[in-house]
Design a protein around this ligand. Structure first.
Ligand SMILES: NC(=O)c1ccc[n+]([C@@H]2O[C@H](COP(=O)([O-])OP(=O)(O)OC[C@H]3O[C@@H](n4cnc5c(N)ncnc54)[C@H](O)[C@@H]3O)[C@@H](O)[C@H]2O)c1
Ligand SMILES: N[C@@H](CC=O)C(=O)O
Length: 485
């Protein structure tokens, strides 16, 4: 399967070319190109929403908010299940679309669609478990009752690196809680979001409950979504720089805000680790999505005594990864665009000029970046303090536990961290001291719908997935029942 065209889809009605508002496809005279990052060919054109039309989505969501929140939890659960089932029935087409617009290997794209569906399935069940509370009152004539209510209309902005799952992780929780939802996906990957909209229509989700606005003027669209008084909550996944800006904007109407931002994950291999397992975990944590993942291992700390044997195992594994067109039998796809390649290239060149050693350089396609291992890295290098977002493994060494924990925490980010050890005392001590929202212990892949995903420090706040994932979409309401006799 190598022709790289949307014609390969079994059901071409999944290819939609305009924003989805109130159950309708909103045309616009202006369009933008959606490009396949592997060969830079234009896949299709999509209507570029005029930012003044974004308010139509807000009005549509507001108009139906009360009716949606008054459906029963079971009814919302059924809608979500139908949507999930339709995504499952169309898994192959959705994966193909995702690879074509984003570049990741087809097997990974299938994995992302299943991962995205798992959030819809998860929250279709959690919808039924929005429990309240009662508390002992200070007087026998009063009773304290706590209920939970949907916050209201939710707006979201999502990135290109997970065009499906970063949307379902928010939308499914919002819809389950009883909130109507508007999302602006990345302009680089709008087709996956629009296909999900088509399937929401087929699932019978009422008009106005799920809306998708697509356009290139992210700043202006973002301004509407972060400042409109009829939007109660704003949820963002993307870079820390943009997250800071949007947080400020949302403050003007004191919106509830969730921020899923960038990461700079340390990956520590202690001298008592199972080296084979650690190398396998590192391949997954570092090279998934060609290193374009917020939870990617960004700094790899090896105990000095196991550095050589570990590097031998790791390098051998890395040599097995083939890079190229995501539709062929490869494990590494292209980077998203030329700017991404240039950024990675600059970080690597600067690291080498600052003393890092080029230990391994793989082969790359024209639009990819070669799988790379740099040794002799130090925390003061630019590459250690920035998200690399590419297939480059940077190796640091350490000689004692306290030193490596200090180095691992030496970052403004706090999303994910990983370490490998077989000593339970060391495991608990290290896990407790790492200042990150998620810790992989002897595990390189930590994301799943049952677990709370999110960061601390400048990686943001709020949690997605798990039973915690509903909290951001619910208001706690206290009822004081008085004058009881
Ligand atoms: N913590 C998480 O769960 C998580 C998940 C995925 C990606 N990320 C992060 O996302 C980043 C990569 O994605 P990206 O390059 O798309 O990030 P980005 O911040 O550049 O863009 C994310 C989204 O914001 C929009 N945007 C950009 N500028 C805007 C503005 N001024 N106003 C309103 N919207 C604006 C973009 O169009 C896109 O839809 C990385 O930093 C990665 O770590 C975090
Ligand atoms: N890869 C993350 C999202 C960040 O890029 C995930 O595992 O959900």
């Amino acid at each position: 399967m190598t022709t790289s065209s949307l014609k390969q889809l079994t059901d071409n009605s999944l290819v939609k070319n305009s924003s989805f508002i109130n159950g309708n496809w909103l045309k616009s005279s202006a369009t933008f190109d959606v490009v396949n990052p592997f060969n830079n060919s234009v896949l299709t054109q999509v209507a570029d929403i005029n930012p003044s039309d974004v308010e139509k989505a807000v009005i549509a969501a507001k108009n139906v908010q009360l009716a949606w929140q008054n459906t029963t939890a079971n009814e919302r659960s059924e809608y979500l299940k139908k949507w999930a089932n339709l995504l499952t029935e169309n898994l192959e087409d959705l994966a193909l679309l995702l690879t074509l617009e984003q570049g990741k290997p087809l097997a990974e794209a299938r994995g992302e669609i299943k991962y995205g569906i798992s959030y819809i399935e998860w929250f279709s069940e959690e919808a039924k478990r929005v429990y309240g509370d009662t508390m002992p009152a200070l007087s026998n004539s009063q009773q304290i009752i706590v209920t939970k209510q949907p916050v209201g209309v939710v707006a979201a902005i999502t990135p290109w690196n997970f065009p499906n799952a970063m949307i379902t992780r928010k939308a499914a929780a919002a819809l389950a809680a009883g909130c109507c939802f508007i999302v602006k996906p990345s302009e680089l990957t709008p087709l996956s979001a629009l296909a999900m909209a088509e399937l929401s229509l087929q699932a019978g989700i009422p008009n106005g409950v799920f809306n998708v606005v697509v356009g290139t003027n992210a700043k202006a669209i973002g301004e509407v979504l972060t400042t409109h008084p009829d939007i109660a909550k704003f949820s963002f996944t993307g870079s820390t720089a943009v997250g800071k800006l949007l947080t400020k904007q949302a403050a003007s109407t004191v919106k509830r805000v969730s921020m899923e931002l960038g990461g700079n994950a340390p990956f520590i291999v202690f001298d008592d680790a199972d080296l084979e397992a650690a190398a396998t975990g590192l391949i997954a944590a570092k090279f998934r999505n060609a290193g374009q993942t917020c939870v990617c291992a960004n700094r790899i700390y090896l105990a000095e005594s196991i550095k050589q044997p570990f590097l031998e195992i790791f390098t051998e594994k890395l040599k097995q990864l083939k890079q190229g067109n995501g539709l062929e039998d490869v494990q590494l796809g292209p980077l998203i665009n030329k700017a991404a390649i240039d950024k990675v290239s600059t970080l690597v060149n600067n690291a080498i000029s600052q003393g890092a050693t080029l230990h391994y350089l793989g082969e790359a396609s024209a639009t990819g970046y070669p799988a790379t291992i740099l040794t002799n890295c130090t925390n003061s290098m630019e590459i250690a303090q920035n998200e690399i977002f590419g297939p480059v493994a940077t190796i640091f060494t350490f000689t004692n536990e306290q030193e490596v924990i200090k180095q691992a925490n030496d970052t403004e980010y706090g999303l994910a961290a990983y370490f490998y050890s077989q000593n339970i005392n060391r495991i608990m001590h290290t896990a407790n001291q790492l200042k990150f929202g998620m810790i992989g212990i002897n595990e390189g892949i930590i994301s799943n719908a049952a677990a709370p995903f999110g960061g601390v420090k400048q990686s943001g706040y709020g949690r997605e997935g798990s039973h915690y994932g509903l909290d951001d979409y619910l208001e706690v309401k206290y009822l004081c029942l008085g004058n009881l006799v």
